[in-house]
Design a protein around this ligand. Structure first.
Ligand SMILES: Cc1cc2nc3c(=O)[nH]c(=O)nc-3n(C[C@H](O)[C@H](O)[C@H](O)COP(=O)(O)OP(=O)(O)OC[C@H]3O[C@@H](n4cnc5c(N)ncnc54)[C@H](O)[C@@H]3O)c2cc1C
Length: 384
């Protein structure tokens, strides 16, 4: 049996980015994905994810700046643009401390932004419902990552640098053994010096095997596509990605994307259905949830959507604080774990791939991942 340098479990965006980072460094890497690439039972498929620098915590804004560089490296390698520069607009129906904290972090990181009062919002984005209390934060460099295309590009480039990617191969068992790991997958056995687990919503199954208990909540979220009334006004160039935080009193965040050819996409964050067993297919899109999204969209962009076109689902894996989990296994340091989900991981994917490659090869990384370590997450307060 040949000893692999690194075996990656999972071919969503994080596994693909790790394979790309390692292969680019000349490492011998095998990625095993249990389903087909681009499948819909994970978190990385679909037309769009928001790329935003606006976070109330310094670490995420700083990492987003580094992630933009990492996307640019991939774009140069692949000779294609991935990030679509639509601009990103956060609005709130009252002056929220969340927005003020984002302003502080964007200023500190030197990221361009504009604070837009109600009159500016009305003249720049006439489709929006704006009251005199509405405040806006606009990032001209925010945009959309075409999710499935990004994953396909990462895999393509990883393969070009020599990574082997196998699909339809489920990792059944990980057995740490000496300084390496024995991996049983679909009737075959592999040996690897290092294993990186990027298994998304399936992570708890593998963690249990490795004697690690960590509270991860899996939810099934829903996105809905609507036929826009204003064909032109709904297009990129007219409509940025809009995040409506409402009054900040616990109502879910609405995220609305411009029409990229399949209608205007809208989703509510934090309204997902809990998934207890990742291998039991969660229910199909819920028409009641679609209606709820339609109502919220109507409140933010009145008269904008005419007809519901389709709904799709996606899994989110949440840590208790909403922060990423990125660390080596506390007992088996040859195993690296990554759960960079909680609904905002895509932005950082190629950077996280670099960090996971660092951890797998060197055991450390120059990037500050202190808040994402197991020990830190276990003692952190849940932020509200
Ligand atoms: C509705 C929704 C909206 C989002 N919006 C944004 C956004 O706007 N901006 C943003 O930055 N992020 C966003 N995210 C988050 C982002 O999409 C995720 O952070 C990211 O896709 C997670 O990727 P992953 O590779 O960790 O997980 P996944 O994509 O789920 O990949 C894990 C893979 O591992 C495979 N696997 C698991 N177990 C095994 C096994 N035993 N053997 C072999 N293969 C295995 C699975 O089949 C799967 O393909 C959103 C997520 C959702 C659901």
């Amino acid at each position: 049996m040949r000893m692999l340098e690194v075996l990656i479990v999972g071919g969503g965006v994080m596994g693909a980015a790790t394979a790309y980072a390692l292969a680019r460094r000349g490492r011998r890497v095998l990625l095993l994905e249990q389903f087909a690439l681009g499948h819909a039972r994970g978190s990385s498929h679909g037309l769009s994810r928001l790329f935003s620098y606006a976070y109330p915590q310094a670490i995420y804004t700083q990492l987003a700046v580094a992630a933009r560089q990492a996307w640019a490296t991939l774009e140069a390698d692949a000779r294609q643009r991935l990030l679509i520069n639509t601009g990103a607009l956060d609005i709130a129906q009252t002056d929220l401390s969340y927005i003020r904290s984002c302003v502080t972090q964007l200023t500190a990181a030197g990221v361009p932004f504009e604070q837009l009062p109600a009159n500016e919002l009305r003249s720049r984005f006439p489709a929006l419902a704006v009251t005199d209390q509405t405040v806006g934060l606009y990032q001209p460099d925010g945009g959309i990552l075409p999710a499935s295309r990004c994953v396909a590009t990462l895999i393509e480039q990883a393969r070009r640098y020599g990574a082997v990617v196998a699909t339809g191969v489920r990792v059944d068992r990980l057995l740490p053994d000496g300084s390496g790991v024995r991996v049983d997958a679909a009737g075959a056995t592999y040996r690897a010096q290092r294993v990186v687990i990027t298994a998304g919503s399936y992570t708890p199954v593998l963690l249990r095997q490795l004697g690690l208990s960590f509270p991860l909540l899996i939810t099934r979220e829903q996105s809905v596509f609507f036929l826009p009334r204003h064909r032109v006004l709904s297009k990129i160039g007219y409509l940025p990605v809009v995040r409506d935080h409402g009054h900040g009193n616990g109502e879910p965040l609405l995220v609305c994307y411009p029409d990229m050819g399949e209608g205007v996409k809208a989703e509510l964050v934090g309204t997902g259905v809990v998934v207890r067993d990742p291998y039991v297919p969660p229910p199909l899109p819920d028409p009641v949830e679609s209606e709820r999204i339609a109502r919220r969209l109507e409140a933010t962009l009145p008269g904008f959507a005419t007809r519901l076109l389709r709904a799709e689902t996606c899994r989110m894996t949440h840590t208790p604080t909403g922060d990423f989990l990125i660390d080596r296994h506390p007992e088996y340091s040859q195993i690296v774990l990554a759960v960079p989900c909680s609904g905002h991981g895509f932005t950082f994917a190629p950077l996280i791939g670099e960090i996971l490659a660092d951890l797998a090869v060197q055991g450390t990384t120059q990037h500050d991942i202190t808040p994402f370590r197991l020990g830190h997450l276990r003692t952190s307060r849940v932020l509200t």
